[in-house]
Design a protein around this ligand. Sequence first.
Ligand SMILES: O=C[C@H](O)COP(=O)(O)O
Length: 550
Amino acid sequence: MEVAENVTPVTQDSLRGIFVTEEQVPAEFSLTAEVHQKEYLSNGFMKAWDGGSHEVYSPIAIKQPDGTLARKLIGTYPVCTEKEALEALDAAVAAYDNGRGAWPTMGVDGRISCVERFTQKMIAQKDLVVKLIMWEIGKPYTDSVKEFDRTVEYMYATIDALKNLDRQGSRFEIEQGIVAQVRRSPLGVVLCMGPFNYPLNETFTTLIPALIMGNTILFKPPKHGTLLFYPLLEAFRDCFPEGVVNTVYGRGAAIVPALMKSGQVNVLTLIGSSKVADELKKLHPKVNRLRAILGLDAKNAAIITQHADLPLSVEETVLGALSFNGQRCTALKIIFVHRSKVDEFLERLTQAVGKLKYGMPWEKGVSLTPLPEPHKPAYLKECIDDALAHGAKVVNPGGGTALESFVYPAILYPVNDKMKLYREEQFGPLVPMVAYDDLEEPIQYIIDSTHGQQVSIFSQDAAEVASLIDPLVNQVSRVNINCQCQRGPDVFPFTGRKDSAEGTLSVVDALRSFSIRSLVAAKFNENNKQLLNQIVSEGQSNFLSTKFIF
Ligand SMILES: O=C[C@H](O)COP(=O)(O)O
């Protein structure tokens, strides 16, 4: 395969050109004040933490007067000690109070109006939160805005879904002389941890449903993506009863094990690594009683068959593999192409990648930006070197060139099972490509995989697509036809098989995941009919919030 000639090779010099001096940051995107907060605010009281502080450096490096690059210091956060993290957990346990606390016993309408008020206060902080997403994780500005808006939409959709669920749950069923009201009740204390790549969205798509169902929350923001929650802490304090939402900051490894060992966490929700999730679960003294709602590692494959529409496949592959530099759990992380199509596919893919704009996250149309994890450039280089050592080539000009926090995408071909990139989730801008002769090969790859989130099939042949759907849908939780893998629309179930997930998210599924079905039942006779109607009409129980219709 010849390298596309009209694609300008990317070099370290061209990468150096994307970084700017402090003065060159456009005023509307600059962070005027570094964000510092010394107190732990969200539990309804102010209190300094004892664990020292952590300095947050943006992946956006700033050009210094001598021409060197230095990651910008954008804030500090206080770090809590293990003891303080356990105190925050105690606050959540006390607020839940074995299900008797003000929050779990509050009626659905009350909880909805608290979350509505919180959402409004959050919207008022949009500009700062969006800017912090951009500076903390280097996400393009337009995508940071999308993340914020999508999260707000999700919160309103959650409120609507709960109203519907409550209406359905409030129906009374009469069976065999028993009248029953089927409800959804909270589970207890939820330990909630989100990932750096969608710090706001992925956190709130678990935290908000868990909260609105009446659970109390202990929340640890992601390591890269902590400051952006500052503007929301006062809103948590103002909108929810004391102890209902508790935030802890610090290194997860230093505080989370103690929380799990305490046995006081009823639900663990983590969007992150499968290894970390397994380790944390094992620490819980009653692991069988622990509910886990987890979104974990994935290695989603695309299968480009001999009947694929190549321009469409390339367009979707670029989006799927390289949006936000490939740092999505749903990203396409390995591409299988039928051997007869390899040359044309690679040529088109190289052209398409060459057209992607790289630069600072505020630049219009930019899709490739600096990476937030300091270790990532070295890890990606290791993956590339390993692939080269085992016979692959970097196909696109300048692929893999790195400078400071930036790594230019590399298309690697031919990739085989001796390489790290064959099985490992790179979570970065590398596109490993494998040639296959028989469709059994990618199918077997997916069957053998320890991951099972999604797959994309590209083919215009109905019989061929049909023959792939059944074997694949029993291996992964979503099969995409002629489009990239993705989470949305958020009303669709979001989960994974094997090591990729536990439990299901989506607007409605999340409400179910963070609650349990419970019944209020009575013999259906004249006496009880009157008694129940009296309880309801006199508002004597939040639990029975709906009128009986006999
Ligand atoms: O990183 C995992 C996200 O849930 C992916 O969401 P997305 O497919 O909308 O980018």
